[in-house]
Ligand binder design. Structure first.
Ligand code: BTN
Length: 265
């Protein structure tokens, strides 16, 4: 199934690099891990690994990512951005914008919104998680970034732990969603927003992110990963480099570079 999905998407692909080449594997530990291995052996920018099922799918902050076999889009793209690591936060938000735009073409009139840094939400539930992982490069080499996308497409049942917070395109659209054209569309959109950041037009990405930021102007509590620390404030938007700006009760504006927006007031 993975191979026919790849083949059908490739027939519709209009990208320059993303999804070229694209490998389909029926089952894998994690496509991010497999893509990193491929990158270490010289995979070019845009090389993509797609699977129908992950046994050890990875989420942000060391969490696991689970997805039903054969119903979703689970893939990772090798990037060689040639950017300083302090710009990687922009790649993170660009990926969220790109997937939201592609998703919206399928679920319209529903809007796809974003929860910082890049969860894609439909009707306030998460339909896509995105994980960027970078490997340290020797001084003379550019870092490799692996961009992993877990998009819930046709899954209708979720484990109890996700039942109240997860959704899929199928649930939002009220009909099954063909995956090959969607994959081609997501790759196209990712390439476009990635190129914008890489070539210095991050302003357009930040503007697009802001219009989709679900919590803009609302009060949110942000939890630092792996700690009990929390910060509550009004969401102001994002900084030049993609960090979240929160205004706390005393009027201070704080920039947060990593964390989970896990509760709301
Ligand atoms: C998140 O925590 O929201 C990010 C989830 C990212 C999941 C995707 S599925 C494809 C790729 N391979 C992985 O192991 N993780 C990412």
């Amino acid at each position: 199934m993975a191979l026919s999905l790849v083949k059908n998407a490739q027939d519709r692909l209009s990208t320059d690099h993303f999804g070229r080449p694209m490998r389909g594997v029926e089952e894998v530990g994690s496509t991010n891990e497999r893509a990193a291995q491929w990158a270490a052996k010289g995979a070019p920018e845009g090389a993509t690994v797609l699977t129908e099922y992950q046994t050890t799918g990875r989420g942000r902050h060391g969490r696991e990512w689970t997805a039903e076999k054969g119903r979703n889009l689970l893939f990772s793209v090798v990037l060689r951005p040639g950017l300083s690591p302090d710009r990687f936060g922009l790649l993170t938000v660009a990926a969220g914008v790109a997937v939201a735009e592609a998703v919206e073409t399928v679920v319209s009139p529903h809007s796809a919104l974003l929860k910082w840094p890049n969860d894609v939400l439909l009707e306030d539930r998460k339909t896509c998680g995105i994980l960027l992982e970078s490997s340290l490069a020797p001084p003379d080499a550019d870092a490799v970034v692996v961009l992993g996308v877990g998009l819930n497409v046709n899954q209708s049942d979720f484990p109890a732990s996700l039942a109240d917070t997860a959704t899929s395109l199928r649930l939002a659209a009220g009909r099954p969603v063909p995956r090959p054209p969607l994959l081609a569309q997501v790759l196209q959109s990712l390439e476009r927003r990635y190129e914008a950041v890489r070539t210095g037009d991050a302003a357009s990405v930040r503007a697009a992110f802001r219009t989709r930021l679900a919590s803009l102007g609302a009060t949110r509590t942000l939890h630092a990963p792996g700690t009990d620390e929390a910060l509550t404030g009004t969401v102001q938007g994002i900084t030049e480099t993609g960090a979240l700006r929160l205004r706390t009760a005393d009027g201070t504006v704080t920039e947060v570079h990593a964390g989970d927006v896990t509760s709301q007031n």
